[in-house]
Design a protein around this ligand. Structure first.
Ligand SMILES: [Fe+2]
Ligand SMILES: [Fe+2]
Length: 135
């Protein structure tokens, strides 16, 4: 069973961003499936790297869009992104050192963070992005 299932409540109505968010869901699910089937540590590590890379790229993309749209809460939004990036980075460092196990709690934490962030903070910038693109 997938950890995250995409539905319309996650859509922010901006195609590129919806595609990136559903891409993130897919990687979290891939990681979850690999963990549940007991895949080797190097497989999990590679998937974690993929998730971190994709997340960092997505955050940078969103921040560029918010900046271009002169979104007034950019600083706060960026702080949320930085906070998660740091938490995941700390986990990665522990994991690679061998003193942090990849477990369901981490995946639940990531899933909760992602879904809440999309449904709250991300949705808040949408009117600015749309106004900026002249829609
Ligand atoms: Fe996002
Ligand atoms: Fe965001």
């Amino acid at each position: 069973m997938s950890l995250l299932t995409w539905n319309d409540s996650f859509s922010v109505g901006v195609k590129t961003i919806d595609q990136q968010h559903s891409g993130l869901f897919a990687i979290v699910n891939e990681l979850h499936a690999a963990m549940m089937t007991g895949k080797a540590k190097n497989v999990l590590g590679a998937l974690l790297d993929k998730l971190v890379k994709y997340t960092v790229e997505h955050f940078a993309y969103e921040e560029r869009m918010m900046e271009a749209a002169k979104y007034p809460n950019l600083v706060t939004h960026r702080a949320h992104h930085t906070d998660l990036t740091k938490q995941v980075g700390d986990f990665m460092a522990r994991y690679k050192r061998g003193d942090g196990a990849l477990n369901i709690e981490l995946l639940r934490f990531l899933s909760d963070w992602l879904t809440k962030h999309i449904q709250h903070e991300d949705k808040e910038y949408v009117p600015w992005l749309n106004r900026n693109s002249g829609k």
